[in-house]
Design a protein around this ligand. Structure first.
Ligand code: ZN
Length: 227
């Protein structure tokens, strides 16, 4: 079904993340594509391509997050854990370790698990990968964000958004989302995201993250005072 807000979000499957909440979404507003780390895998891009080609989305957000589980292991560690057993590993002070009885499988050694060592870098890499994909039209802007799980804020990654900008169509620095939350009141009710009652355009809403403060679309030509 076409999402009413015309945008798609690619983000991590982490259970602490509620994209609907932090982006101020209601049911039917957006496509939300999730996987481990929110990485721009071939399958994530498959969903994004369907999202625009058949369902008309016009803007995409790639959102990684702080304290992501993908930071706590490497390809080598994952390969070793799977080789040791197929039971659930344990997490200790030194990282993950295997507690299961074998046999495991070495097949995990052939997989790139797309682990993350720096969220700003990973989101930049993913926005670039989406931007450069031959099936992604250059009119769709791709914005890069890191969601801070401790503060609940979306932090814009300007380098990623710059790489992901559209070359025509929607050209600017942030999503055309409207802030839909409380205009005033506690910041807890409006954790840097888009909340319910505020209809102020992102460009003018001081309660939005800094990346949202800049207009996405070039300002409409002003009517002259005389007309
Ligand atoms: Zn994650």
């Amino acid at each position: 079904m076409p999402p009413t807000h015309g945008f798609a979000i690619l983000t991590s499957m982490d259970a602490r993340l509620d994209p609907a909440k932090y982006a101020g979404l209601s049911e039917g507003d957006a496509h939300v594509i999730r996987n481990a780390g929110g990485r721009a895998t071939d399958d994530a891009i498959r969903s994004l391509v369907i999202s625009y080609k058949l369902l008309g989305t016009k803007e995409w957000l790639a959102i990684h997050h702080t304290n992501c589980g993908m930071e706590f292991f490497t390809n080598d560690v994952m390969g070793g854990l799977l080789e040791s057993s197929l039971e659930t590993a344990a997490l200790g002070a030194e990282g993950f370790y295997d507690v299961g009885e074998g046999p495991g499988s070495s097949v995990g050694r052939d997989i790139d698990w797309l682990t993350i060592s720096d969220q700003a870098v990973s989101v930049l890499d993913d926005v670039r990968r989406i931007r450069e994909h031959p099936l992604v039209p250059s009119r769709i802007p791709v914005y890069g964000y890191v969601y801070d799980v401790s503060s609940g804020k979306l932090i814009g990654i300007p380098e990623a958004t710059e790489v992901g900008k559209a070359s025509y169509g929607i050209v600017g620095n942030g999503p055309t989302l409207r802030c839909r939350g409380p205009v005033a009141g506690s910041s807890a009710a409006h954790p840097g995201g888009l909340t319910r009652r505020c209809r102020v355009a992102p460009a003018r809403c001081s309660r939005l993250p800094s990346a949202h403060r800049r207009p996405l679309t070039p300002p409409a030509p002003r009517r002259s005072a005389r007309s």
